[in-house]
Write a protein that binds this ligand. Structure first.
Ligand code: SF4
Length: 346
C-alpha cells in the first residue's frame, strides 16, 4: 500500500546524519543506519540491532524502507535465472542472472517499461510507467548477488544495464545506483565490471563523458544506415547516426575507453554486404568491439534471425578490418530471459 512516509534510502548519508542531529542524537547514528540500509541491505528497522529500540521506533514513524521483493524466480536449462521483481507500488520489472564458466553477470532494469519503441523488443510493447529509483536498481543487483552465491558459489562479477528501459532516460538514478554499487559503503564492485547499454541518446552520452564515469559503454546499434535504423528503432529519426557518432567521438576523446556495439543480424533487414560495410565505416573513429547477438523472436515472427552465412560474413568482414568481434549465443531463451524478451510475461 502507498504510504506518505518518506523512503529513507532517498536520503544521502549527510542528510541522514543531519536528521539525527536535528533529533538531538549524534551524527554518528546516521552512519550506523546508512550502513544497515546499504551495505547490509536491511529490509526493516527492527533488523538494525545496534540501534536502540526508541531510535528504531522513531525511524519507523518517519520513514519506510521501500525494498523490492522477488515474486518469482525461473531457472533456465542453461543455468540462467530470471527474477520477476515486485516494486513497493506493485509494479513489476525483470532482472536476469547469466552464469558462464568464468563470470556471473546481472542484467538489470532501469525503468518500468520503456519510452522508446524498438520494433524488435518485447519491453517496447509496455508503455513506460516510471523510472526506477536508485535503491530499486541497487536491490536487483543485491538479489542477483545472493542468488549467485547460493546457486553458483561465487559472488556476482559483472553488471549490464540491459534489462527493461533505456538507462540514459533515467540518468540521475542510474548513476546514483552505480555510485552505491561501486562504493565501499555499498557493494564495493569495480566500475570496470559495469556496462551501461544504451540505444544511443547523444546528449546523455556527452554528459557521461563530461562526468568522466569509469564504467563501460555499449550501444545497441543494429544498423549503421539511417534509413534502416529508423525503420527498426524509430527514435533514430530524432537521434540520427551522425549525432550518435559525434557523441561517441566525444566520449572516446574524454574516456579513451573502447566502445562496444550490440548488433543483431536479421534476415532481410541488415544481412547484406552494404550493411556490414556501413558498420565498419561507423566503427572506424575509435577502438570498437562488436557483439553479434543471436536474436530471440518475440511472438509475431516479424523479425527473424539471419542465416549463419550472413553472421559469418559480418564476422569475417569486421575481423578483416581490425574490429574485435564476438558472436554471442543467446541465454535463457526457454524462460524469455534473453535480450529483448523482458516483458513481464511470467
Ligand atoms: S531495446 Fe531497449 S531502448 Fe529499445 S524499446 Fe527495448 S528496452 Fe527500450
Amino acid at each position: 500500500m502507498e504510504t506518505k512516509k518518506k523512503d529513507i534510502r532517498a536520503l544521502t548519508k549527510e542528510q541522514l546524519r543531519n536528521f539525527f542531529v536535528e533529533c538531538g542524537d549524534k551524527a554518528f547514528r546516521g552512519n550506523q543506519v546508512y550502513e544497515w540500509l546499504w551495505q547490509k541491505s536491511a529490509h526493516t528497522f527492527d533488523a538494525m540491532t545496534n540501534v536502540s529500540k526508541e531510535t528504531r521506533q522513531m525511524l519507523e514513524e518517519h520513514f519506510v524502507i521501500n525494498h523490492i521483493r522477488v515474486d518469482q524466480m525461473q531457472r533456465s536449462s542453461d543455468g540462467t535465472i530470471k527474477n520477476a521483481v515486485r516494486l513497493h507500488d506493485g509494479l513489476v520489472v525483470e532482472s536476469v542472472l547469466i552464469p558462464t564458466e568464468t563470470r556471473t553477470t546481472a542484467c538489470v532494469s532501469s525503468q518500468v517499461g520503456c519510452s522508446l519503441d524498438c520494433r524488435f523488443c518485447a519491453t517496447a510493447r509496455m508503455k513506460r510507467m516510471r523510472n526506477l529509483n536508485p535503491d530499486e536498481i541497487y536491490d536487483q543487483v543485491v538479489a542477483i548477488d545472493n542468488e549467485s552465491r547460493l546457486y553458483f558459489d561465487r559472488p556476482l562479477s559483472n553488471i549490464v544495464f540491459m534489462g527493461m528501459g533505456e538507462p540514459l532516460m533515467n540518468y540521475n538514478n542510474v548513476l546514483k545506483a552505480i555510485d552505491m554499487i561501486t562504493s565501499p559503503e555499498g557493494l564495493g564492485m569495480s566500475p570496470k565490471r559495469i556496462t551501461v547499454s544504451t540505444s544511443g541518446v547523444p546528449k546523455m552520452i556527452k554528459k557521461m563523458a563530461d562526468e568522466e564515469v569509469k564504467f563501460g559503454l555499449a550501444v545497441s546499434l543494429h544498423s549503421a544506415i539511417d534509413e534502416v535504423r529508423t525503420s527498426i528503432m524509430p527514435f533514430n529519426a530524432t537521434f540520427s547516426l551522425a549525432d550518435l557518432r559525434e557523441a561517441l567521438e566525444y566520449w572516446y576523446g574524454k574516456t579513451k575507453s573502447r566502445i562496444t556495439y550490440e548488433y543483431v543480424v536479421w534476415e532481410g533487414i541488415n544481412d547484406t554486404q552494404e550493411a556490414v560495410d556501413a558498420l565498419v565505416k561507423f566503427c572506424r573513429f575509435a577502438p570498437s568491439k562488436v557483439n553479434l547477438i543471436e536474436y530471440n523472436p518475440i511472438d509475431d515472427g516479424e523479425f527473424q534471425q539471419a542465416s549463419s552465412a550472413a553472421v559469418d560474413m559480418y564476422q569475417r568482414t569486421l575481423e578483416k578490418n581490425g574490429i574485435t568481434v564476438t558472436v554471442r549465443r543467446s541465454r535463457g531463451k526457454d524462460i524469455d530471459a534473453a535480450c529483448g524478451q523482458l516483458a513481464n510475461k511470467a
